[in-house]
Ligand binder design. Structure first.
Ligand code: PEP
Ligand code: MG
Length: 545
């Protein structure tokens, strides 16, 4: 047995034969031509047919994988019609007196190299797209057929990388999974694999070789492992894991796309909590309706120095774009207490949980805060982002925050940088003080989200990191539930929405209670989204408990 490791794109397991993707790659030869104008005409005609083909692919993809994923073919059309791209091809034809195929292939290599060298991961992912577009043009120019893959048997497709159009054109009923040498989790192929719910592991490198064609394999998308010629024990373990996924998929099939609404008609949104842009994959897998808490401090952890505005902007923008218009609540950094970072130079404290943390750092070190806010506001232009502030205890803090946000917006205005003017600003209700003055706080912000993890520790005076206190921590304590209720009433009286993003939101023994309180949104760990939706659907507030 050989064990290969890569990056998971879609969490599921499949077992079957490996089949290497065969490509009718057109062989491009450099041919001297006498009349460049004829070649330029050929290029124009090929481009016209290419755009038509892509329009057809867009329409097919729209039906099979939805608008957000089909959009890749619109991008391909734009790439194909791009003026710089055309200029490059025409220049090569004229200056080098060569055939259109060669000019397209050279341009593709140049553009792909340029994209691959970019810092931005999203832009690096576009290298595959420009190659795909160019390959299509070359095929049209040389009159080659498109690749057709897969026989009658269901197989695991192995390849160096797959172009988005190759992925969409595969007969999905014959594909068990994908194992790819290259690829990035942000590539459109990865996005398509996810939306087609196909287990996939990418970035396996040359450990995955063509000599493995036809061998038995297992793709374990839960941890990015591919087993070739699995032994009996692995086979058994993986078959069990697959059965578990199958059960979960059944639940998903019943609940996916369904509105989260109780039997008596009470609506609530189920969002997911994430810590990094990569988690968006799981958000989609579990059909969450949005992201209710992106713990942005994870971008600050595990590194030597502050993340730059650009690093942060890229992360926030990627999440917003990948969520395709669904709400993404990003919390500003919550460093301190249990989340320690050396370069913040925080001094030792006797009571770190009651200490210099979160918004307290941001308000006393506005340069750190402003860098994050600039990145956040810039990213608002790419999706549906709301900004949330942690550890609030007073109205004054919120007013200071809003002043700093106004300064950041004024800077962006002066620089002509776009952002969403009416970006929602909200706060976490995670201190008893915030819950108790939630009537005043509600007049200052657009939404509340209850952080029950901290609200519990502060209300019960019990350190959430101290295991010895477990017997003293009653998460259903009346004091906590009353504080949540109070915040919910004050939110609604003032016309704003309220969610819960602490762990208690996923406690299905309280789902009924939260529906009764009129909580608008529950943001839970991704793996629990469907459980909570299930609990809501099976609740009927007209009936007694
Ligand atoms: C909370 O306190 O409930 C919360 C969601 O924030 P964190 O767990 O990150 O402190
Ligand atoms: Mg908290």
């Amino acid at each position: 047995m050989q064990v290969l490791t890569g990056k998971s794109v879609y969490n599921d397991v499949c077992i079957g034969k490996l089949s290497f993707f065969k490509r009718n790659k057109s062989v491009v030869r450099r041919v001297h031509i006498d009349d460049p104008q004829i070649e330029i005409e050929r290029f124009h005609e090929a481009r016209e047919s290419g755009v038509k083909q892509l329009q057809g692919l867009y329409e097919n993809a729209l039906k099979s994988v939805g608008e957000a994923n089909a959009a890749i073919f619109e991008i391909h059309q734009m790439m194909m019609e791009d003026l710089d791209y055309a200029d490059s091809i025409e220049n090569i034809i004229t200056t080098q007196e060569v055939n259109a195929e060669y000019a397209v292939a050279t341009t593709a290599d140049n553009f792909a190299a340029m994209f691959s060298a970019m810092e931005d991961e999203y832009m690096r992912g576009r290298a595959a797209d420009v190659k795909d577009v160019s390959e299509r043009l070359i095929r049209i120019l040389s009159g080659d057929e498109e690749t057709s893959q897969t026989g009658d048997e269901k197989v695991i497709i192995a390849a160096d990388d797959l172009a988005p159009s190759e992925t969409v054109q595969l007969d999905k009923s014959k594909v068990l999974g994908f194992a790819l040498q290259g690829g990035s989790t942000n590539s459109h192929t990865a996005i398509l694999a996810r939306s087609m719910s196909i287990p996939a592991v990418i970035g396996l490198g040359f450990a995955l070789g063509e000599e493995m064609d036809g061998k038995m394999a297992i793709v374990d998308g839960s941890d990015g492992t591919v087993y070739i010629d699995p032994d009996e024990e692995t086979m058994k373990r993986m078959a069990e894991k697959k059965a578990e996924y199958d059960r979960k998929r059944e639940l998903l099939a019943q609940l996916k796309g369904k509105e989260t609404i109780s039997a008596d008609g009470t609506k609530i949104k189920i969002y997911a909590n994430i810590g990094s842009p990569e988690d968006v994959v799981k958000v989609h897998d579990n059909d969450a309706e949005g992201i209710g808490l992106f713990r942005s401090e994870f971008l600050y952890l595990g590194r030597e120095d502050f993340p730059s505005e650009e690093d942060q902007f890229n992360a926030y923008r990627d999440v917003a774009q990948n969520m395709a218009g669904k709400k993404v609540v990003i919390r500003t950094l919550d460093i301190g207490a249990d989340k320690k970072v050396d370069y913040f130079n925080l001094s030792e404290e006797d009571n770190p949980a009651l200490g210099y943390r979160a918004i307290r750092i941001c308000l006393t070190q506005p340069e750190i805060f402003k860098t994050q806010l600039r990145a956040l506001y810039r990213a608002t232009a790419f999706g549906n982002i709301s900004i949330m502030f942690p550890m609030i205890t007073s109205v004054e803090e919120v007013r200071k925050i809003k002043d700093i946000c106004a300064e950041v917006r004024a800077e962006l205005d002066a620089e002509g940088i776009p952002y969403k003017e009416d970006t929602e600003l909200g706060i976490m209700i995670e201190t008893p003080a915030a819950a108790i003055i939630s009537d005043d706080l509600a007049k200052e912000v657009d939404f509340f989200s209850v952080g029950t993890n901290d609200l519990t520790q502060y209300t019960l005076a019990a350190d959430r990191m101290n295991n010895k206190l477990a017997p003293f921590i009653d998460t259903h304590h009346k004091a906590i539930l009353r504080l949540i209720q109070m915040a919910a009433e004050n939110a609604h009286k003032n016309g704003i929405w309220i969610g819960i993003c602490g762990e208690l939101g996923a406690d299905t023994s309280l789902t009924r209670e939260f529906l009764k309180m009129g909580i608008d949104e529950l943001s839970v760990s991704v793996g629990l989204v469907l459980n909570v939706r299930d609990a809501v659907i099976h609740t009927d507030l007209r009936k007694e408990d």
